[in-house]
Design a binder for this molecule. Structure first.
Ligand code: ASP
Ligand code: MG
Length: 448
């Protein structure tokens, strides 16, 4: 058994939809379990729909969602044959169910409604892809992940509950697989213990694939996307970027965290627990070997595997107002940040002051108000981070010197530095508007 997850572009374009069928057929004996994203652009529209009031805006959103699925059907099936009509029925049924949900929405909170509404993207795509596979002679069956992934109650960004998910996934997936049926499972969604639909956060289908792979003890988790794999830098920006063939779990997690958009940051966690290899592959380039992520580090191509950056990383400096109250200072600070949904990326601390860059600004103002009761705070925008990631960075002493020389030569001030204890990344905070000029220089020095 192995998991094949197909992302938004892969389930949308006719050539990649054909590739899905080809890939599944080719490995049918190895018992593939398919996980899918919504068609491209659908989740964004559903998010808007979930916030819309009855009226023209809402009607237009419905029309647009309908149209995108109709276009898909037009491109995939020849018009007016049975399959074409069946596919339209699938979409129409889901859209009337969605309309009904929205009309009856007064019974549940806005948060709960949001998750149930956005879940329709994956519900429809999984039904369509599963139907498409059966039309191509593959025994496939749609499976809604509310039956597989059991989550916490955090609507908008829930996490899976380990034991309950293993039990539910095995119970719903294994019988199908045993009968030779390919389950086509909705990515992105799950259900809390009460059975209410939850989502795993935007871009969460990768995470779904990893959770399912973990729960059923798959031999491999394949993430099929529209790029060749993980690159040494974003290839749209750095033309000389190279495909990284192999990454350790830790390197991949760090890269995802620090801005590489290929994998959802949480994807690696479940895979690591059972040492399941994760492969990033391209549905539009089937001959490409992709990137494999597993335990063993591979340093044959040099110390630094990849350079990532984030254009925006707001900086928050917090100083303890009274040196003598330093005991418990950090603990207090982090409790307040967590309470206001602010997560931190880089950190540099002493006993009486701490500087953090923010991953998301959460409820910033109330957090600052609370911090200001016992500390002095300064908040700055206009900074971004550059991260160099590689397993043996710490073991290469001359590297830091080289990095500093490059920044000094370019007259770029490094505002904050994190030389991570995990050994595998150096992150620097610099003015956002200097990132574009310095990344190519770093790439040239360390990778080319
Ligand atoms: N469709 C969801 C999103 O756009 C999940 C995913 O594609 O990974 O966020
Ligand atoms: Mg994605």
């Amino acid at each position: 058994m192995f998991v094949m997850k197909f992302g938004g572009t892969s389930v949308t374009k006719p050539e990649s939809v054909a590739a899905i069928s080809k890939l599944v057929s080719a490995r049918i004996k190895e018992q593939p379990v398919v996980v899918v994203s919504a068609l491209s652009g659908i989740t964004d529209l559903l998010v808007k729909l979930s916030h819309s009031a009855a009226g023209e805006v809402r009607d237009n959103l419905f029309t647009e969602i309908n149209q995108k699925h109709d276009d898909w059907i037009d491109a995939i099936f020849s018009s007016n044959n049975t399959a074409y009509n069946e596919a339209h029925k699938i979409v129409d049924n889901y859209l009337s169910e969605l309309a009904q949900l929205i009309n009856d929405s007064s019974l549940i909170s806005q948060l709960e409604l949001h998750d149930s509404v956005v879940a329709f993207g994956e519900k429809i795509s999984s039904a369509l892809i599963s139907y498409y596979l059966t039309q191509n002679g593959i025994q496939a069956q749609q499976l809604i992940a509310t039956n597989c992934i059991i989550t916490t109650n955090q609507f908008g960004g829930a996490d899976f509950m380990d034991a309950a998910t293993r039990k539910a996934s095995k119970a719903s997936i294994l019988p199908l697989v045993k009968q030779g049926v390919v389950p086509v499972i909705t990515g992105f969604i799950g259900a809390n213990r009460a059975g209410q639909t939850t989502i795993l956060g935007r871009g969460g289908s990768d995470y779904s694939a990893a959770i399912i792979g973990y729960a059923i003890q798959a031999s491999e988790i394949q993430i099929w996307t529209d790029v060749n794999g993980v690159y040494s830098a974003d290839p749209r920006v750095i033309k000389t970027a190279k495909l990284v063939k192999k990454l350790s779990y830790q390197e991949a997690a760090e890269l995802a965290m620090f801005g590489a958009k290929v994998l959802h940051p949480r994807t690696i966690q479940p895979a690591v627990k059972l040492s399941i290899p994760v492969k990033v592959l391209n549905t539009f380039n089937l001959d490409n070997i992709g990137t494999i992520i597993e335990h063993a580090p591979d340093n044959t191509d040099g110390t630094i595997k990849s350079i990532t950056w984030r254009k925006s990383a707001p900086l928050l400096n917090i100083y303890s107002a009274n040196m003598f109250l330093s005991k418990g200072f950090l603990q207090k600070v982090f409790a307040i940040l967590a309470k206001h949904d602010i997560s931190v990326n880089l950190l540099s601390a002493s006993e009486v002051s701490v500087s953090v860059t923010l991953d998301n600004i959460g409820k910033l103002n109330p957090a600052l108000a609370e911090l200001n009761k016992f500390a002095k705070t300064d908040y700055f925008e206009g900074f971004g981070t550059i991260s160099l990631v590689g397993d043996s960075i710490m073991a290469t002493p001359s590297l830091m010197q080289k990095v500093f020389n490059i920044f000094q030569a370019a007259k770029i001030r490094v505002q904050m530095l994190s030389y991570s204890a995990s050994n595998i990344n150096i992150s620097l905070l610099v003015a956002s508007d200097r990132i574009d000029e310095i990344v190519p220089v770093l790439h040239k020095e360390f990778i080319e």
